[in-house]
Design a protein around this ligand. Sequence first.
Ligand SMILES: [Zn+2]
Length: 300
Amino acid sequence: MEKRGGFDGVNSIKFNRYFQSDEDCYRYLSEVKWNFKNPYKCKRCGYSKYGKGKKPYSRRCTKCNYDESTTAGTMFDKLKFSLLIAFHIVFKISTKKKGMSSLELSEEFELRQKTCWGFKWKVQQAMASSKRYPLIGEVHVDEFLIGEYEEGKKGRSSKSKKRLVVIALEILKEGEVGRAYAQVIENASAKEFKPFFNAYLSKSASIITDEWKGYLPLKKEYPLLQQLPSNKGANFKQLHIHIMNIQGWLRGIHHHCTKERLQGYLNEYHYRYNRRNHMGSIFDLTIKRMVFSKPIRLNE
Ligand SMILES: [Zn+2]
């Protein structure tokens, strides 16, 4: 079976050589969209034979003439800028250690910040966890607060509302850390913790939380859940470093955090974090996810 050769690596020189024109990007999208695993089938009549369509690499059904572009039904549909720029943005957001804020993107690509903000929201949605690989082994869980920042305002405003986040991190041997997930919650109750646990934690995980009573009812479903005194954070050192890194990252480049948006940032952060040891394939994976998922509109 033929394997699709997706772009591999985080090197921007290599990236620029690989993608030189919109045409290159359309070709790439068509290969992601239609391949042996996912063969072409007309969206309108289901026929499998096609000819050339109007746009680069689009496919026109030979039976009903329906012309499907490579971007139709993907997150790249109806862009306000070229596909090449979109690929550049996805590359930056997915491969740079700290991603890029909409302000930085707008400066680099000479686009309106709002335009970048909107596209970045799509990328973040593609970065949401599939929830298919729950955390396993020893997992530390805690909650923390994040201030809600306003666009253009630096730092913490005293009036700003704070949002509560529940977070889980795998602790490996010798204090090494594994993967992590985080979710915005309304309050620190078992009712709010449960959907997060169910989505991201294996039932057989050795979960450790502090002595907060909100975690107690979860012992029914998670028999290995243990509660330990926090000891001013000493018992959850790795998790608290992780939390500080997230808070620093959010404070540094992102200032617009409604509840939905904050979840987007947490997803983005952990999407990269959980793949930090295999970043080479992250761009291709993000493109794939953007081809096969429809964007959810954000109520602004
Ligand atoms: Zn057709």
